[in-house]
Design a protein around this ligand. Structure first.
Ligand SMILES: Nc1nc2c(c(=O)[nH]1)N[C@H]1C(S)=C(S)[C@@H](COP(=O)(O)OP(=O)(O)OC[C@H]3O[C@@H](n4cnc5c(N)ncnc54)[C@H](O)[C@@H]3O)O[C@H]1N2
Ligand code: MOO
Length: 394
């Protein structure tokens, strides 16, 4: 079987399923979710000409007064009546200007004797310290595009626009199977021949950065029947995620177990290093993603396939990771048949690749804060060359 280019595999993975259905979610629970449609304003913001400062509402042309203070306007108070000539209103931040007023004399520049007000310092200009009606946004204006990811600022905007809930895509549920006879649960004794299972905790940490629900189905031994049963159980999730058993060895049973459980494989083996044995397919309504067992391979394939799949199912407009550019602090050798995703970190002099690029080298992986993408058949790279990188989310 020839190796599938990464971008083709990503496209085929997304083609296995449309984004999940839409649900209305309270604004306080929307962070990280993707909007299912454009969001328009239900109101003007500000709803009237509002004062930006504490002081006095006046006509700028009447500078420097004197004015007679005949009323007051407060945020949330009665709507002020119109200002007559020579009149000023006491006003506070966020309060509406009385009709006729066009500027705010801040109280630091005001001299008040009884109810007679005079201005000091610089003359007023119309509009000074006034937030004009709808200057932030106006009713019916489209404020947020479908597919945008909701962060704190976008949620604030939606609330001010009049929304209490927002239409977002459902979060995918993910069932994780850690395959391998050699594995023991985290923190358990690992006698010779055994190994703490680190992939599920690592993947759960990565999935903590995207909206989803996780079902850890634990360690599954390399036994065909048990593995088939594990797939049967995992079918309730939107995504079935396995690690290990993806390669060609006698104990690599994930593929046969998946197909015997009724799954249909869409692709296997990607033109990338690490991560070649990655596979994907469909089992019932679930998308199946089989990651290689080596921790570094599982990490890199999760960045390039698992997190993008969650974003795609969650309705993201741009589910793929975004490349950045960086300068190399040291040369890199030519690449071979596969795209290399080198673990690296950003230092003062540029990007430095970690000492070991072995796909089982977890200590080296833990020092990395980015991946350098070196496409297949690239010539050697020199110190100072600009390369593509994928920042690793904190
Ligand atoms: N003859 C060939 N051998 C291999 C090939 C190949 O093309 N021909 N591909 C190699 C590549 S590339 C990779 S990557 C690995 C992937 O193998 P598997 O997905 O079958 O993974 P396992 O053999 O089950 O495990 C590999 C390695 O990772 C450790 N492991 C597994 N699960 C976990 C876990 N949950 N936590 C921590 N560590 C885990 C496992 O003990 C092994 O050391 O295959 C190459 N072989
Ligand atoms: O492609 Mo494997 O993931 O190198 O180690």
């Amino acid at each position: 079987m020839s190796l599938l280019p990464v971008s083709e595999a990503q496209a085929r993975l997304f083609a296995l399923t449309p984004p999940l259905p839409v649900e209305e979610v309270p604004v306080t629970s929307c962070v990280g979710r993707w909007l299912a449609q454009d969001i328009a304003a239900h109101r003007d913001q500000p709803w009237a000409d509002l004062s930006a400062m504490d002081g006095y509402a006046v006509r700028a042309a009447e500078w420097p007064g004197p004015w007679r203070v005949t009323g007051a306007s407060t945020a949330g108070g009665y709507l002020p009546t119109a200002l007559a000539q020579g009149e000023a209103y006491r006003i506070f931040t966020g309060a509406p200007l009385p009709p006729g007023a066009d500027a705010i004399l801040i109280q630091e520049n005001a001299e008040l004797t009884g109810d007679v007000l005079r201005g000091v310092d610089k003359p007023l200009t119309p509009g000074l310290h006034v937030r004009a009606t709808a200057s932030d946004f106006h009713i019916h204006q489209t404020l947020l595009a479908g597919g945008a990811q909701l962060n704190a600022a976008k949620i604030a905007l939606a609330v001010l626009a009049g929304h209490g809930t927002l239409p977002v895509r459902k979060r995918p549920t993910i069932a994780i199977l850690s395959t391998g006879n050699e594995l023991v649960a985290p923190g358990q004794p690992a006698p010779p021949g055994k190994l703490p299972s680190s992939n599920a905790p690592m993947l759960m940490a990565m999935l903590g950065t995207v909206p989803c629900g996780i079902l850890d189905l634990g360690i599954v031994p390399d036994d065909l029947e048990t593995m088939i049963q594990a797939f049967e159980k995992a079918k309730m999730a939107d995504i079935i995620l396995s690690t290990g058993g993806a390669s060609v060895g006698d104990h690599d049973l994930v593929r046969p177990a998946f197909t015997q459980a009724g799954g249909s494989l869409d692709f296997w083996k990607i033109r990338m290093r690490p991560g070649k044995p990655l596979m994907a397919g469909k089992l019932g309504h679930s998308v199946f993603l089989g990651l290689p067992g080596n921790p570094v391979s599982a990490f890199v394939t999760a960045m390039l396939f698992l997190l993008p799949l969650v974003r795609h199912m969650g309705g993201a407009a741009s589910p793929l990771p975004v490349l950045a550019s960086a300068r190399l602090a040291a040369p890199l050798p030519a690449t071979g048949e596969r795209d290399d995703y080198l673990r690296a970190f950003r230092a003062e002099g540029g990007i430095v690749s970690v000492t070991s690029q072995d796909s089982a080298a977890t200590a080296a992986m833990a020092r990395a804060d980015c991946l350098i993408l070196r496409r297949a058949h690239s010539a050697p790279a020199k110190t100072g060359d600009i390369v593509d990188i994928l920042p690793i989310p904190a």
